[in-house]
Design a protein around this ligand. Structure first.
Ligand code: ZN
Ligand code: ZN
Length: 955
């Protein structure tokens, strides 16, 4: 029986069930709508709600695809909670909401994971071969990939699982290939040798963004390079250079000095002997050299340093790459060939020292780049890579934001975006991995030219030779994820048959994501979206402008979840909270509510479990309110009163003759709905959540339910003795109160539903006794304010406010007077306003019930001014009448002791005052004081004796 709720709220007992139900029933599947209006970003949605359009408005977001290897962490849970609240809210507001989930193939991470597996089985990737290895990764993905999506299902994310994608799906791979070929045709892709960040462990180039820097203690070695004389002989002089990576000297091609450095003017045009390698290198002059750093002379190693590479280009010097893919010295390193880079460093230092060429060693803190994936120290290294000439794409992407076709919340990220875009470098898109989209380029061994093609070629496009082999590199993972907004909706195959999705859902409405992938992903989606979508005509056949080419209209950058002490969560600190574990203890709803209650643009969250406990108690409060409600619904049914389910689902309104509390709670609900909608429009999750909390716990549970108990009168004996008509008229008030109670509760559940989807789903089905009008509360409508309702209550607002204030005062005074909770006591009340007094008199049932008062006695003001401890409000004075019962034996005991004490004091005082000698010597004021004390003691003694007499008299 749906009404028969278990006594205690137990999230574990309900959440799995509903999570599974939502997926099974495909509740959040969003078919392509037949008619639609353009999706509109958050802040303008208010205008849409005014009802300008008739078709459904599409509201679309893409889930930032987690890595297929990923596990859900607190950051995900926060991001998904924020997104889910918005999606559920929009859906309930009537939008055609589409939230597209998927996972990223995550080139490096996935390859590393599977590689580790096979190594533990005794096979290397190289031994296995490319094809078998890739097959193995696919197998892994099939069995273990996407754990995180299952976790999302359990947490109730309202995504369209029918549209789940994987970035290496066939259709998405077609898009990747088309994008590459098109950019190549447009001369925006080139191949060249440049310095890249090389990870010797992953054996691939990685982007600047995938390198994290960490300060480490190291050394600065000063090496002496012998200066050669005009004949090429050792001149006996030296030029010292400083370096943090001495092994790279094996690849030195010059030493650079500043042309105006006065210390080195005599060296202009001279040559040096490169120690250890035994060949000559020139001294070059370049203004880029900083005279203040080290010795002011800089070794030039173009193949291992980006600045040196630029320097060598300017001076037309060669680049000598001395390291192989694994970070070992190659044949170019002469006698050091085969050594690991750090072993080579040791040997180089030792050899220099032996030859007397090591001028000094200093401690030095280096800012060292590490591979984000495997933490290996990254080696800047020359290698041949594929690049995108980024400028024209970046220009469009900048224009899109500058012209406000895309907006950022918080707005400050717009500046960050521009700063990055202004300094953007060509994008190295090739990775030396096996897992990923293999670059569709074929090298010809005859003419050495490259064929790039949409369909795998069988011959070289330039010379017709069959001796072609495909490029072994794959594309950077962000290349495919950058295309997602266009590719998930069918690009590049946008035909008249397939275009409905693209027409309806592109541009997407919103992107909710973290700051950390602003450049990795957000900026690249903007660049690709603006570049490629422009070719897709608008639904009416017209040309797509930049405004409609953008991948999304708005970007909401969420904050970080930190620990309770505002520390960043990290494995090393051991303060990482596992959301799944917390959910097990407190339930998903309480965790979601905790996150929401603190979320607002630009504010990091300090996640405190005590808050989650509090919201778990909130859920419990709602559960108990539901139990109270159902108990009364069932009792009402016994006397023939039912609430028509058809009357539910809309916003409740109160009849003109309804009791004030009913009109109040209804108006309160309407204004709460207005605030919640407004807050969500502005991403103020915190305001929205706290408003609902105040309404549910404060207004509804603490006030309305307490008052409505007075109205729920099920007739009792009257049912037995009366006729049916009489019973109905007797029960009219009950019927109305029950209708308001259930109506407001049902609407409040809908208001809460985006925040606590599980609890509200459970209780909402119970409200309808298991026969709800739609399959889920998530498909019902979100409460909206009717300003007429709030306005019509306004004239009563002040009176109602005073009533609540008065009751609050009464309760406080009961505490002051230590009135036990169970005692019902009379209240003295005076009010200078006749109207107010009449109002309080009319509402005396409420005051008496909520204040635990037996009766209200209206008294003149002076009665209260004469009572110490009476309380004064703005338009009233009150006092609860409560005399503490007296414990007679204890009181007699106390009084007797007092009397004895006073008698003793009195005797002592009389003796002193009777002593002539004392009186003669003592100062006048001392004697005066003693006389006063004696009089007081006498008075106290009299009072105590009278009290004792009274006490025994009463007895
Ligand atoms: Zn690595
Ligand atoms: Zn060829």
């Amino acid at each position: 029986m749906p009404h028969d709720l278990p006594k205690a709220y137990d999230p574990a007992a309900i959440e799995d069930h509903w999570a599974e139900y939502w997926v099974r029933e495909k509740l959040f599947a969003q078919p392509t709508p037949n008619s639609f209006t353009r999706s509109i970003p958050g802040r303008e949605a208010a205008a849409r709600l005014d009802g300008q359009s008739d078709g459904q408005s599409a509201f679309t977001i893409l889930l930032p695809p987690p890595n297929v290897t990923g596990n859900l962490h607190m950051g995900h849970m926060f991001e998904h909670t924020e997104s889910d609240i918005l999606m559920r809210w929009r859906r309930m507001c009537g939008d055609a909401v589409l939230w597209v989930p998927g996972t990223d193939h995550a080139g490096i991470a996935t390859q590393m994971l599977v590689e580790r597996q096979i190594v533990s089985e005794g096979v290397t990737r190289q031994q296995m071969g490319r094809e078998a290895f890739v097959a193995r990764v696919w197998k892994w993905r099939q069995h273990y990939g996407g754990v995180i999506l299952d976790q999302m299902k359990r947490l109730g994310a309202s995504v369209d699982w029918q549209r789940e994608y994987f970035t290496m799906d066939e259709n998405l791979s077609v898009a990747v290939r088309e994008a590459f070929v098109r950019l190549h045709e447009q001369n925006l892709i080139y191949r060249g040798a440049y310095i890249v960040n090389w990870c010797p462990r992953c054996q691939t180039a990685i982007s600047d963004l995938e390198v994290f820097h960490e300060e480490q203690k190291g050394h600065l070695w000063e090496i002496r390079y012998p200066v050669l004389d005009a004949k090429g002989k050792d001149s006996g002089k030296f030029l010292s250079v400083a370096t943090t990576r001495p092994e790279t000297m094996l690849g030195d091609v010059a030493v650079a000095i500043h042309p105006e450095d006065e210390r080195y003017l005599h060296l202009h045009g001279k040559k040096l002997h490169l120690p250890l390698m035994n060949h000559e290198i020139p001294i070059i002059l370049d203004e880029w050299v900083s005279r203040d750093f080290g010795t002011g002379a800089v070794k030039v190693t173009p193949a291992h340093d980006p600045d040196d590479f630029a320097l060598a280009e300017r001076h037309h010097l060669p680049s000598i790459n001395i390291m192989d893919d694994t970070g070992h010295i190659n044949a170019e390193g002469g006698p050091y060939a085969g050594l690991d880079r750090y072993a080579a460093r040791k040997r180089v230092i030792a050899d220099l020292e032996e030859q007397g060429l090591l001028a000094g060693i200093k401690d030095h803190v280096n800012n060292i780049g590490h591979c984000d994936r495997c933490k290996t120290v990254v080696e800047p290294r020359l290698s041949t890579q594929w690049f995108i000439k980024i400028q024209p794409l970046a220009d469009k992407a900048k224009a899109a934001v500058r012209e406000k076709h895309i907006r950022f919340t918080p707005e400050m990220y717009e500046k960050t975006y521009f700063e990055w875009m202004e300094n953007i470098h060509d994008w190295c898109i090739s990775r030396q991995l096996w897992w990923g989209h293999r670059i569709p380029a074929w090298h010809c061994s005859e003419c050495r030219k490259i064929t790039v093609a949409r369909v795998d070629p069988t011959a070289c496009a330039h010379c017709g030779s069959k001796k072609i082999t495909q490029e072994t590199d794959v594309l950077d993972t962000w290349f495919s994820s950058g295309l997602l907004p266009v590719s998930v909706f069918g690009w590049p195959n946008i035909t008249s048959e397939t275009r409905a999705d693209f027409d309806a859902f592109y541009p997407t409405s919103l992107l909710v994501t973290g700051f950390d992938i602003l450049f990795f992903w957000v900026a690249r989606m903007i660049m690709f979206g603006c570049w490629f979508a422009g070719d897709v005509p608008m639904p009416d056949g017209s040309k797509r402008t930049l405004a409609d080419s953008v991948p999304f209209r708005e970007v909401y950058i969420h904050a970080l979840v930190r620990d309770a002490n505002r520390e960043k969560m990290s494995k090393t600190k051991g303060n990482v909270l596992d959301p799944i574990e917390i959910v097990k203890t407190y339930g998903t709803d309480a965790v979601r509510f905790t996150l929401a209650s603190m979320a607002s643009p630009g504010t990091d969250i300090a996640f405190n479990i005590a808050r989650t406990e509090g919201y778990r108690a909130f859920a419990n409060k709602i559960w108990n309110a539901a139990r109270f409600l159902f108990m009364n619904v069932d009792r009402a049914a016994e006397v023939g009163i039912t609430v028509d389910p058809a009357s539910l689902g809309a916003m409740p309104v109160a009849e003109k003759d309804a009791p004030l509390e009913a009109r109040w709670i209804v108006a309160e609900l309407h204004s709460t709905a207005a605030k919640v909608n407004q807050s969500l429009e502005n991403y103020r999750y915190d305001d929205a959540a706290n408003t609902i909390y105040q309404f549910f716990w404060g207004s509804f549970c603490d006030w309305y339910i307490e008052i409505v108990k007075l109205r729920l009168d099920f007739g009792g004996n009257r049912v037995v003795n009366g006729t049916e008509t009489e019973i109905l008229s007797d029960l009219k008030g009950t019927r109305a109160a029950l209708a308001t109670l259930v109506g407001v509760f049902e609407a409040a559940l809908r208001l809460l539903s985006p925040f606590m989807p599980f609890l509200t789903e459970e209780l909402w089905h119970a409200v309808y006794n298991g026969h709800p009008p739609v399959k889920s509360i998530a498909l019902s409508s979100f409460p909206q304010e009717d300003p007429d309702v709030t306005n019509s209550f306004a004239p009563f607002g002040l009176n109602w406010y005073h009533l609540q204030l008065l009751i609050t005062d009464v309760r406080a005074q009961r505490k002051d007077r230590s009135v036990p909770e169970k005692e019902i006591v009379p209240l003295l009340l005076s009010s200078p306003s006749v109207g107010k007094a009449r109002f309080f008199d009319e509402k005396s049932d409420i005051i008496c019930s909520l204040g635990r008062i037996s009766e209200i006695q209206f008294v003149p003001p002076e009665v209260l001014t004469n009572r110490p401890g009476a309380r004064s409000g703005a338009v009233w004075d009150i006092d609860v009448v409560y005399e503490k019962p007296i414990d007679v034996p204890a009181e007699r005991d106390r009084l007797s002791k007092d009397i004895a004490k006073h008698e003793k004091n009195l005797i002592s005082a009389e003796r002193q005052l009777g002593n002539e000698g004392f009186l003669a010597k003592a100062p006048a004021n001392v004697v005066e004081g003693l006389r006063k004390q004696e009089a007081e003691t006498r008075l106290l003694l009299e009072k105590a004796r009278a009290a004792l007499k009274n006490l025994t008299g009463e007895k």
